[in-house]
Design a protein around this ligand. Sequence first.
Ligand code: ASP
Length: 269
Amino acid sequence: MPVFVSKFGGTSLSCADGFKNVFDIVRNNPDRRFIVLSAPGKRFNADTKITDLLIRCEETGRRADFTSIQQRFSDIAKEVGVSIENELDEAEENIFSGAGKACAASRGEYLSAKIFSKMSGFAFLDAKNAVFFHNGKIDEEKTKAALNAAFQVQKRIVMPGFYGADEHGKICLFPRGGSDTTGALAAFCIDADAYENWTDVDGVFRSDPALCPGQKPIDRLSYDETGRILDAGAAVLHPDCLYWARKKGTPIIVRNTFRPHLPGTRIGP
Ligand code: ASP
C-alpha cells in the first residue's frame, strides 16, 4: 500500500476549522498515513504565530505571556472535541523550568500534533524520540531506524515538525519554517511514495502570486528548477526539503489546504 507523508503548515492549522479541514484531507486518501504538523500560524495579518509567542514567553519568563497561548490551544481543542489541558500544563512547566529556548519554541508543534492525534486516532510520535541530531546535523541512520521502528508498529502516525533531539535528549530545532524539512526527512527515511507539502497557495508560481495575480501554478518542476525559484525568494517551501527529496528522488507535491481539489505542483528529478 502506498505511503504519503503529508505535512500541513501553520496557516492550515491556525484555528479549529483548520484542524477539521486537515483531518478531512487526511481522511480523503488512506495513503496519507504519516502526518507532520506545524504550530498554529497567523489567523489574520496582525496576528502572531504561536512559535513567536512561545519564544517571547521563554525570553520574558512571564507566566502571564503564556495565557494567550493556552487560550488559543484550549479553544481549538474544545472546538474539535478533545482535551489538551494536561499537555498545556506540561508545556508551561517545560517553558518556565529552564528547559531552554529550543524546547519552548518546539511546544507549538508538539501541541498541534497532540490535538490532531486525539481527534483522528493517529498515533502520536514525539519527534524527540524519532528525529536525531548530532553536532547540529541530522543523524540519518538513527533517525531512519527510529522512524521505521515506529511506523512498523503504528500504521498511522502524526509527528510534530520543526524539532528533534540530540544524543542527550536535548531538544534541537531546524531553522525557522523547518517543519517542511521534517516532512521531507520523514519521507526519505520511511521510503514514502510521495511527500505532500500542504500550504496556503495553489502550488509553486513563476513569480509571487500576491504581487502578480492571475498566474497559474506550475504543474511540474525539477528539483533544480525549484531550487532556483526558492533562491530567487519564493517562500513556498523550505529549500532544505530538496536535499532529502533528491536523495531517493521522492516526489514533492505542493498543494493548497484551502483548495484541496487542485492538483498543485509536482516536483521531482
Ligand atoms: N513553527 C515553526 C516556525 O514558525 C516551524 C514551521 O512552521 O515550520 O518557524
